[in-house]
Write a protein that binds this ligand. Structure first.
Ligand code: DAH
Length: 339
């Protein structure tokens, strides 16, 4: 009997099939009720008692081997049948396309991260606003030109519903319901009724910062600005403050940084001045504090606001503002290696 087992094992090892029909024939020949292996099991009765154990084991092994062998033949034919013959499985796979973060998101996150190291936390407000939060509470006179239809997108008149033209509206919303100390940073999208060109868009992004506490001084503002500029544009960066005017700050200033393209020597980007303007800032006007219910005799504060597109242009030299909203993949993919 052991010879028979060995012979069948050899046969099984040598089996090959080119179609599933042949595999089925093998199964019938070896494993079906009247197949060769069950027949051997029938002969098992005649095996002497002292060999029964070894023989039983050999028989079981043969049966398992046959089942595996036939299944393997069937599987290899089945997968070969479904595989696309035009596929070249030896080719190296195409790289998996990874998405990239939008340059404005990268820069916004970096601004937030720098200010968060100074203890500022993010505050957000609605894009659809009212006159009070965008203008009146921020000390804009009733006839201030920024309220004009030329600038502001009105959704409704009387009562006014409009798209915010700056993120300074978040300042008044936070001050209204928060006791100082207040230290917030407000990123967001803003809207202005401008003709779209390489240099202007009807929507863009700003980040506003506000610090209100006892004894906040212009020196605190200046030092915060210097820290921000050096973290953002490198430790060599110089800043300068020029007097300016905003209804909600007094005194007000605009900040320039030494041109980060030419290092301040003068180039076409900085119009050969060595300086580029990056933000507006100032001490919060006491009228604004009072409008928002904060005692201006006890508290003072500073505020600043910057355009995210502008900072991004300085970092990455994007020449046309429209690139930011067109979602051209070739443009976006350039930022794949940026963090
Ligand atoms: N809101 C101003 C704008 O949209 C930017 C700005 C200037 C914000 C001075 C401020 C500030 O907080 O103090 O142009």
């Amino acid at each position: 009997m052991i010879d028979k087992i060995n012979q069948l094992k050899k046969e099984l090892e040598g089996l090959s099939a080119t179609d599933l029909g042949a595999v089925e024939e093998f199964r019938i020949k070896y494993l079906s009720k009247k197949g060769l292996i069950p027949l051997l099991f029938n002969d098992f009765r005649t095996v002497p008692a002292d060999q029964k154990k070894a023989m039983g084991q050999a028989l079981n092994e043969l049966k398992n081997f046959a089942t595996e062998r036939i299944n393997a033949l069937r599987e290899s034919l089945e997968t070969a049948e479904t595989a696309d013959p035009t596929l070249d499985l030896t080719r190296t796979p195409a790289p998996i396309p990874l998405g990239s973060r939008h340059p404005l998101s990268i820069v916004r996150e970096e601004i937030i991260s720098i200010f968060s190291r100074l203890g500022f936390t993010v505050a957000e407000g609605p894009e659809i606003e009212d006159d009070w939060h965008v203008f009146s509470s921020l000390n804009f006179a009733a006839d201030h030109p920024a309220r004009d239809m030329q600038d502001t997108f009105f959704i409704q008149r009387n009562p006014d519903v409009l798209l915010r033209t700056h993120t300074s509206s978040v300042q008044s919303r936070v001050m209204e319901h928060t006791e100082p100390p207040i230290r917030i940073i407000c990123p967001g999208r803003v809207y202005r009724n401008e003709a779209i060109s390489a240099r202007a868009h009807c929507f863009f992004h700003q980040v506003e910062a506000l610090y209100v506490d006892q004894n906040v001084s212009f020196a605190d503002l200046r030092q915060t600005l210097l820290y921000f500029a050096r973290e953002m544009f490198g430790p060599e960066t110089q800043i300068r403050l020029r007097p300016s005017y905003f209804p909600f700050t007094e005194p007000s200033a605009e900040m320039d940084i030494s041109c980060n393209l030419c290092g301040g020597k003068g180039c076409s980007f900085c119009k050969h001045t060595g300086w580029v303007e990056i933000l507006g800032c100032g001490m919060v006007d006491p009228n604004v504090l009072e409008s928002c219910g904060i005692d201006s005799k006890k508290y003072s504060g500073f505020a600043l606001g910057m355009g995210v597109e502008r900072i991004t242009n300085l970092k990455y030299q994007v020449k046309d503002l429209r690139m930011f909203s067109e979602n051209d993949k070739r443009f976006l993919e350039e930022f794949q290696s940026a963090h």
